[in-house]
Design a protein around this ligand. Structure first.
Ligand SMILES: *Cc1c(COP(=O)(O)O)cnc(C)c1O
Length: 423
């Protein structure tokens, strides 16, 4: 079994290790929740201060031009494009993941209604992140369509001739299971459906190649592995073959071909720029840029491929240590064991006490999170591993704390069972 000494040796040999210096990580904290909120990049406070003090405070409205505020959605979009296999000019940063999903899902439905009007079903996974399902349900109601929910292993069988759009999250937020994007997209296209990918748990975490997969639309999140800060703007991509076909439903002035002509009629900008709606959140977008830059900083060290290699090593190590050291405590690893099918997180289940165990770990400065189950899915303890700043020794120490929480039975204490609003 891997020892703590082995982990220290792995860290010493890790060529990505210097990237940890790009972040402000509280002393003594083992943060395994970068899949929910990435940590603060060191560059962000100074950059935000500069935007506020100089660009806003001193230069005021001129900064739309002189500081390039107006270009931020495209500039940050171009940087994100490098992480997801899109070309420059194909991605914009804007709005939230939920809002962007509404835009692309509506665009996909318009295309289908024009090209193949008998198709009136959106297929997604029952265990998809709820906001994705709510957005799809809302659109389906509006169109008189059906949202059909399936299990992760039923995708190919679900591609019946009535399916208009397959909407999947690439890496499942609960289990960490990852779909094979190219194969699934190929199967959907062969069955005549369009594919919308949600990259919330993929961008900055696993290599993504939207163009090679020939995907149709994608959205993703700025505050998880992109380290953009709480509520950071999200991003949106449309394959160029689709981008110009329709107005997206939230036609706003920032998506107009010439916003500052102030014409009463809408003329959509060419390409992805029409997916913008209103004025960009400049301060938040500046923080997001710092976050994206931390991921791009890995490019000279092997980029997403090197990050993926370390991510697999970290998640495999965690699963191995939990199974070896917590045996007999009722914990089960539910994330796929095969690295090819796993994102950058590992989830555990336990028949009882999942919430309290997570709370007891947090009290010991090991931060993961809890996701409630329902009648069909168990409660889970979720641990995200961000290869930019997580060390091998952090994995070892986190499991050591888990061992202590289980062996001492400390999680049974009443204080660990109080539920806060955000879990
Ligand atoms: C995190 C996440 C979101 C978040 O959506 P918001 O609009 O930012 O609240 C959406 N979808 C998935 C799959 C996520 O993991």
């Amino acid at each position: 079994m891997t020892t703590r000494q082995d982990c220290l040796a792995l860290d010493a040999a890790d060529r990505l290790a210097p990237l940890r210096e790009l972040f402000e990580i509280p002393e003594g904290l083992i943060y395994l929740d970068g899949n929910s909120l990435g940590v603060l990049p060191r560059a962000t406070p100074a950059r935000v201060q500069q935007v506020v003090r100089e660009e806003w405070g001193r230069d005021l409205i001129q900064s739309w031009n002189t500081a390039g505020w107006i270009d931020l959605p495209r500039r940050v979009g171009d940087k994100i494009a490098r992480l997801i296999g899109a070309d420059a000019g194909e991605v914009v940063a804007a709005d939230s993941t939920s809002v962007n999903l509404y835009k692309v899902l509506t665009a996909a439905s318009h295309i289908t209604r024009q090209d193949q009007p008998t198709r009136r079903v959106i297929v997604s996974e029952r265990s998809n992140f709820p906001t994705d399902l709510y957005i799809a349900e809302s659109l389906a109601r509006e169109l008189g369509w059906t949202l059909r929910l399936i299990e992760a292993d039923e995708v190919e069988a679900a591609l019946t001739p009535d399916v208009a759009v397959l909407m999947l999250t690439h890496v499942n937020y609960r289990t960490g299971r990852m779909h094979e994007m190219a194969a699934v997209t190929r199967a959907a296209h062969a069955a005549g459906a369009l594919v919308v990918w949600d990259l919330a748990h993929s961008a900055g975490a696993v290599p993504v190649d939207l163009r090679a997969a020939d995907a149709d639309f994608a959205v993703g999140c700025g505050y998880k592995y992109l380290n953009g800060g709480p509520g950071a703007p999200a991003f949106v991509w449309a394959h160029p073959r689709h981008a110009d076909r329709f107005w997206q439903p939230l036609a706003g002035w920032m998506g107009h071909a010439a916003p500052f002509r102030f014409t009463p009629d809408y003329e959509p900008a060419p390409g992805i720029a029409r997916y913008l709606c209103g004025t960009p959140a400049v301060i938040a977008m500046s923080a997001l840029e710092c976050g994206v830059d931390t991921v791009l900083a890995a490019e000279p060290l092997g980029g997403m491929a090197a990050l993926r290699e370390k991510s697999i090593a970290l998640t495999s190590l965690f699963a191995e240590l939990v199974e070896a050291r917590c045996a007999g405590h009722g914990l089960t690893v539910v994330s796929p064991r095969e690295p090819r099918l796993r994102g950058s997180q590992v989830c555990l289940t336990r028949a009882e006490g999942a919430y309290a165990i997570v709370q007891a770990l947090i009290a010991r400065r090991v931060v993961g999170d809890f996701r409630a189950g329902d009648v069909q899915t168990p409660d889970i303890l979720r641990f995200g591993f961000t290869p930019l700043y997580t060390r091998y020794v952090d994995v070892w120490d986190a499991v050591e704390q888990l061992v202590q929480v289980m062996e001492s039975g400390q999680w049974r204490e009443a204080r660990f069972h109080q539920r806060a609003t955000v879990t």
